[in-house]
Design a binder for this molecule. Structure first.
Ligand code: NAD
Length: 458
């Protein structure tokens, strides 16, 4: 099929590249000139495992190209995805300006009776498909002097569930695909677009073998409102699971139990499951905080007080603050102390810093006049670019960061951190304090090495 994708970020670029690899003809449209240039040179503007080889393949076979403005692509597309960003406004509601702009642009370029399915992949408040429909019609009317005739386009919702760090994997091998549309022909078109993924009939890319036993991907077909709500409910549940683990960790710490054993113990119950129960510094990233705020905002708009969701957010904020409290407990004054930070990205496998706990913690440390030295295997360039004025130093490796530091704080559970022997760390530290906010080290070993070790809930 001829596909156009508006927004070449984490979602748009990965979706576009995977669909191109499956044999579709894809054009990416993004307002960011630099991003478009990078993509057309086969250079991924973001760090994601296996994206570089995938992009190289689809660009060199002309299956995908990027542009800053649409020309003929929109008028010929059978499916157009909207995958632009929807960041939070100050009141927690999502900012739909980019969605608005993309929808109007699409409307301006559609041809009458085109029979195109426009798919909202961005996470948008419940009911936004109606708005998108209206905005596309506005664009069409601006360009043609009259509203789009019946049969020109229909709007569907297809929320995205990929995880950063595993975005390409999740797009080839999703847990499910959710399609929301009132129009049966639109549903049929999208089902046929996704068929190779639904039936797992494609040849797996060599870096990404098919997970064992995966024979088919479930599809949920529903109305647009329910599809939009599925996305918010999924993220609200996942963030609640982590806040629950952190609440249990805080109780474990007080009574002397070990959170890792407690969570393994409950995770064996099939009704609970083992995933997403890691206690630590809490969730971050571009989605959980934003989507939770949006759902809370929606609930209040309709007169419902979402107490559980409020608490999920508050436990997470408190978890970030508790890292500074633990440092103060160990070092007393932070002023003039040299603090090593391992990990800037909000989770391993990505260089994304959006709503990363490291940002709040480093800001607070700078405010308290600490000297901060950081190391992250992939996110340091982003940090430097986004926060050039922050008074921090960048270390070339994990051990260089701890050289002469008064404490080490672990904020991202990158595998390479687990491989650094504790005794090498303690030899380099000025004082043997480790705040392990991701529980990557063994507390018993730390005790044997006389480290003042503080994990979360252990
Ligand atoms: N990142 C994730 O892990 C993830 C997962 C699931 C869902 N989502 C949702 O998907 C949406 C996109 O997220 P993302 O992380 O890919 O965002 P992103 O910020 O990485 O990318 C958005 C892109 O849209 C471009 N853009 C903005 N306005 C545009 C316009 N009018 N026309 C064309 N391009 C435009 C921007 O330049 C940017 O490159 C959001 O609603 C997000 O909540 C994200």
């Amino acid at each position: 099929m001829n596909i156009a994708v508006f927004g070449a970020g984490y979602v748009g670029l990965v979706t576009g590249a995977v669909l191109a690899d499956l044999g579709h003809k894809v054009s990416l449209i993004d307002v960011d000139h630099h991003k478009v240039e990078q993509i057309n040179c086969s250079q991924p503007p973001i760090y994601e495992f296996a994206l570089d080889s995938l992009l190289h393949r689809v660009i060199s076979s002309n299956a995908l190209y990027a542009r800053t403005e649409p020309s003929g692509e929109v008028g010929q597309a059978e499916v157009i995805f909207i995958a632009v960003g929807t960041p939070s406004l100050n009141d927690g509601a999502p900012d739909l300006e980019s969605v608005h702009q993309a929808a109007v642009t699409i409307g301006q370029h559609l041809t009458p009776l085109q029979n195109c399915v426009i798919v909202n992949k961005a996470t948008v408040p419940i009911g936004s498909a109606n708005l998108v429909e209206m905005w596309i019609d506005d664009g069409f009317t601006q360009a043609n002097g009259q509203p789009a005739p019946e049969g020109t386009f229909s709007v569907a919702s297809n929320p995205e569930f990929l995880r950063e760090g595993r975005a390409v994997h999740d797009t080839f091998y999703p847990d499910r695909i959710v399609l929301g549309a009132e129009n049966p022909a639109a549903l049929e078109r999208l089902t046929s677009l996704y068929r190779p993924i639904l039936e797992q009939s494609f040849e797996p890319p060599h870096q990404l073998p098919r997970p064992q036993g995966l024979k088919a991907v479930p599809v949920v077909t529903t109305d647009r409102l329910s599809a939009e709500m599925i996305k918010y409910a999924a993220n609200a549940f996942l963030s609640t699971k982590i806040s629950f683990a952190n609440e249990m960790a805080n109780i474990c710490e007080r009574v002397g139990a070990d959170i890792n054993t407690v969570m393994s113990g409950i995770g064996l119950d099939n009704r609970i499951g083992p995933q997403f129960l890691n206690a630590g510094v809490g969730w971050g990233g571009s989605c959980f905080g934003k989507d939770l705020s949006a759902l809370i905002h929606t609930a209040r708009e309709y007169g419902y007080e979402p107490r559980l969701l409020d608490s999920t957010r508050e436990v997470n904020n408190q978890q970030r603050r508790s890292v500074i409290k633990r440092l103060q407990d160990e070092l007393k004054t932070i002023k003039g102390r040299r603090i090593a930070i391992w990990g800037l990205a909000f989770k391993p496998g990505t260089d994304d810093l959006r709503d990363a706990p490291s940002l709040n913690i480093i800001q607070e440390l700078i405010h308290l006049n600490a000297r901060v030295i950081v190391f992250d295997p992939v996110a340091m360039d982003n940090m430097h670019r986004q926060f050039p004025d922050w008074d921090i130093r960048y270390a070339p490796g994990p051990l260089e960061a701890v050289d002469g530091a008064h404490a080490l704080v672990v904020l991202t559970e990158w595998d390479i951190f687990r491989q650094v022997p504790l005794k090498d760390i303690v030899n380099r530290l000025e004082s043997p304090v480790i705040i392990d906010a991701r529980n990557i080290f063994d507390p018993a070993l730390a005790r044997r090495l006389s480290i003042r070790y503080r994990g979360i809930g252990r």
